[in-house]
Write a protein that binds this ligand. Structure first.
Ligand SMILES: [Zn+2]
Ligand SMILES: [Zn+2]
Length: 332
């Protein structure tokens, strides 16, 4: 897709904000350091080079192209979305006209496919020991990757699965089997496994579990990982401590390999460290806390990949405000 025209426009806007701010300060005769104001204006914002692609999971209600507009409206530089209804296994095929409108909107607003990460249906369990559930899940994964192709998207994120009474090793193999099958059916799209909180029999909470699945995937160039901060924290990864983000990324690098990291889901956690509960909270309002997110948005190893919010977004602190807050924490 096209060049980052939108980024250019944003930079101009930022420059205007800077000028405005300088005028304000001159008038007041002192630097205005009201934190709310700074937050509202995305203080410091970005330097010339776009590095952190912060955005949010957006709705496709009213047409899939609406996701692009919704993301632009909230100031997102990346986004997540579902590719169909979450309630049913049988979904009507993607409308071609809608797909074209989606691609046009992405080009118009300067969203590169690598900054967009679709999220899989929650119905899927590619690790299920039950033949019927596995077959339906495998078919759905193929369908989802096919939707990505039609939309011009290059990667697809989903929850690995749950063992439901089978062994974890069997579960890893089944998930990889579904991925290998989908890779055969649909060219090019990369399957991105999300780390989980370790609730119930879900797999992928520990980095070595993600690695075990990847080990069974034949085409390693078409498999990656999306790190969800809430899930990692709930699974026991201490990102909230001093140096926590760095050491957890070091561990990820050692166990899985940083080159597999395709995206991050930015979520605070309602539950405490190691609680194994998948309960997202607004940024800075949960048990992870704001300092971990400051470390994340200033972590060079997370440059140039989508950083996507999936938080409740309560009134007054919706996605737009959380995106602004996160950009205001960027120090470069
Ligand atoms: Zn998810
Ligand atoms: Zn997530």
């Amino acid at each position: 897709m096209g060049p980052h025209k939108r980024g250019e426009k944003r930079r101009k806007e930022r420059d205007l904000v800077k000028m405005e701010k300088a005028e304000d300060s001159a008038e007041l005769g002192e630097p205005s350091e009201d934190s709310t104001e700074a937050m509202a204006r995305g203080k410091k914002g970005r330097t010339e080079e776009q590095k952190k692609y912060i955005g949010a999971h957006v709705s496709i209600a009213g047409g899939i192209w609406k996701a692009v507009e919704a993301s632009v409206d909230m100031g997102g530089h990346s986004f997540g979305l579902f590719l169909g209804s979450q309630r049913t296994w049988q979904r009507p095929a993607l409308d071609q006209t809608a797909a074209v409108k989606f691609q046009q909107a992405c080009t118009q607003h300067g969203f590169d496919p690598k900054q967009i990460l679709p999220h899989g249906s929650y119905l899927m369990n590619c690790g299920s020991p039950k033949e019927d559930v596995f077959a339906k899940s495998q078919a759905m994964l193929v369908d989802e990757l096919g939707r990505c192709s039609v939309l011009g998207l290059t990667q697809f994120n989903f929850h690995p699965g749950a063992s439901m009474g089978s062994s974890k090793e069997q579960c890893f193999e089944r998930i990889a089997q579904a991925i290998n099958h989908a890779h055969q059916q649909v060219p090019a799209v990369c399957t991105v496994l999300e780390n989980m909180s370790g609730q119930g029999s879900t797999v992928g909470g520990q980095f070595n579990e993600l690695k075990s699945i990847i080990d069974h995937v034949r085409d390693k160039t078409r498999v990656g990982v999306c790190l969800d901060t809430c899930h990692a924290f709930a699974a026991g990864y201490e990102i909230s401590s001093e140096g926590g983000v760095k050491s957890v990324l070091d561990e990820f690098d050692q166990v899985v390999g940083l080159h597999y990291l395709r995206a991050v889901h930015l979520n605070d956690s309602k539950g405490k460290l190691g609680c194994h509960l998948d309960r997202h909270e607004d940024i800075g309002r949960g048990k992870i806390g704001i300092s971990a997110f400051r470390n994340i948005v200033n972590e060079p190893r997370l440059d140039n990949i989508p950083l996507i919010l999936e938080t409740p977004g309560r009134p007054g602190f919706e996605y737009a405000e959380q995106i602004k807050l996160l950009y205001s924490l960027c120090e470069d």
